[in-house]
Design a protein around this ligand. Structure first.
Ligand SMILES: CC(=O)N[C@H](C=O)[C@@H](O)[C@H](O)[C@H](O)COP(=O)(O)O
Length: 229
């Protein structure tokens, strides 16, 4: 997939992250595939998937939808855990994703490769890279390494980044100002349609929403918390 085609498909649109954690009742590849199909029916311009469901989820979703697929694997939940190695990135592509999401912080990667090595390997294999960052400096560095898109995914998930309960729209604004030529994707804690609109108005090329669309346990808890029980 090339960046022009990807941006034609997703610019200004919603990307739905279809993932479920290891102990979640929806942690089942066939269920994730149906979630992705439902998201596309509702207007998702792309699907982000994989995570703990790994390559099986990516394969199932890529077979089921015609929109672009952003794939990732997860190894653990601390340090560099989103598609951390070059081998992981190439497996994500081989599973059917056109875009590989990978941790693009400056922290050491488990295979000792640099982000630049990882980007080059994905490009050589015909894929694109979505760089998951937590700060402006990481986004600028990732763009310099050749990442195709910069996503705010890790804001609040590194010890040194801004810790917010809601989305980090300021980071979207700062990244788009620093990197006018690189698509910036807003991601992380977008829980309301107004947040999505605010991110697009702040310059985001697209917005990823996960939990608020695909986790009925989380959605239920939002209703339950205003009840008397
Ligand atoms: C930090 C991390 O591991 N983020 C993951 C990245 O793929 C997913 O667990 C998130 O659900 C995704 O980023 C979408 O965010 P939210 O579910 O908040 O809309």
């Amino acid at each position: 997939m090339n960046l022009t085609d990807l941006m034609t498909a997703i610019r200004g649109g919603l990307v739905v992250s279809c993932q479920a954690g290891p102990a979640h009742p929806l942690r089942d590849t066939a269920t994730i595939r149906r979630l992705a199909e439902a998201a596309v029916l509702g207007g998702a311009t792309a699907v982000r998937c994989g995570g703990v469901g790994g390559l099986a989820d990516i394969r199932a979703v890529a077979d089921a939808v015609t929109v672009p697929v952003v794939g990732l694997t997860k190894r653990g939940d601390s340090g560099v855990f989103i598609t951390p190695t070059v081998a992981d990135a190439l497996e994500v592509l081989a599973a059917g994703a056109g875009v590989v999401a990978t941790d693009a912080t400056a922290r050491p990667r488990p295979d000792g490769a640099s982000l630049q090595d990882t980007v080059r390997a994905v490009h050589d294999a015909g894929g694109l890279v979505m760089a998951d960052v937590s700060t402006v400096a990481e986004g600028v560095a990732a763009a310099a390494c050749g990442a195709d898109l910069i996503a705010t995914t890790l804001s609040g998930y590194t010890s040194y980044s801004t810790q917010l309960t809601g989305p980090d729209i300021a980071l979207v604004r700062e990244l788009t100002a620093e990197l006018p030529a690189v698509p910036v994707v807003a991601e992380g804690r977008y829980h309301r349609p107004e947040h999505v609109r605010q991110a697009l108005d702040a310059g985001a090329a697209a917005v990823v929403v996960g939990t608020a669309i695909t986790d009925p346990a989380w959605i239920t808890s939002r209703f339950a918390e205003v009840t008397d029980r």
